[in-house]
Write a protein that binds this ligand. Structure first.
Ligand code: PEP
Length: 255
């Protein structure tokens, strides 16, 4: 499979960090550091920061995303935000199925599928997260878990809609822990996801889909991970909160 067919995507996931004022400051600091990037640069930020992020990023190469969205267009879902609301305010990207949503907020493969469906229907680009728990890797069922999560999330997604899907392979044991999958471990699972896409949608779709790695990717290890044939970018948590660190990952993806 030809990696040059895919433009890398480096996306930050700020999680529950930064106020609107801090958002403006960080994006202003980041803009000159990433302006020449030869990859997509995305920042996924808390709902409360979205307007500040959109304003600060305007006219730059930084795209903004949300960290989740609901599956319904509107209704009695206190505390939730719909994909249509995000689209209406001009947000192009959304993360769906992050392991912290699955772990702490009861997100399931079925709700991930429904949220993905809603995001695509609203015209958003989805960063779909999949990945195994530490126990699942130790039990040697990583392949089964990742295949199942991916297949269930994409069940109703057509080949044309796949253009708006990025898959982020994020081994749960590597998220926020400082433990990174080795390039070989990460590439092996990314390749497995790509072969599932080929099985479901054909070779052309498999060659085009962007599959990121996420899990303690940072300014030190990014280059080696991003050099792997099936790793087309990164979903970056901790390192996305520091402009120089995130910019170094963007630089590594631009090589
Ligand atoms: C994430 O939040 O998706 C993530 C990969 O976090 P970290 O880079 O901090 O491990």
């Amino acid at each position: 499979m030809n990696k040059t067919l895919r433009r890398p995507v480096i996306a930050g996931n700020w999680k529950m960090n930064k106020t609107p004022a801090q958002t403006k400051a960080l994006i202003e600091e980041l803009k000159p550091l990433v302006e020449g990037a030869d990859c997509e640069v995305v920042l996924c930020v808390p709902y409360i920061d979205l307007q500040a992020a959109l304003d600060a990023a305007q006219g730059s190469n930084i795209k903004i995303g949300a960290e989740n969205c609901h599956w319904a267009e509107s209704g009695a879902f206190t505390g939730e935000v719909s994909a249509l609301m995000l689209k209406d305010m001009g947000v192009p990207y959304v993360i769906i199925g992050h392991s912290e949503r699955r772990q702490y907020f009861g997100e399931t493969d079925i709700s991930v599928r429904e949220r993905t469906r809603a995001a695509l229907d609203a015209g958003l680009k989805v960063i779909l997260c999949v990945g195994e728990l530490k126990e699942e890797r130790l039990d040697d069922i990583t392949a089964e878990v990742v295949r199942m999560q991916t297949k269930l999330a994409l069940k109703d997604v057509t080949e044309a809609e796949l253009e708006n899907i990025i898959i982020a392979y994020e081994p749960v044991w590597a998220i926020g822990t400082g433990l990174t999958a080795t390039p070989q471990q990460a590439n092996e699972v990314n390749a497995l996801i790509r072969s599932l896409i080929e099985e479901l949608y054909g070779k052309n779709a498999a060659e085009k889909i962007v599959i990121q790695y996420g899990g303690s990717m940072n300014e030190v290890n990014a280059q080696e991970l991003l050099a792997c044939p099936d790793i087309d970018g990164g979903l970056i948590g901790g390192a996305s909160l520091v402009a120089e660190k995130f910019a170094a990952v963007v630089a590594a993806a631009s090589q």
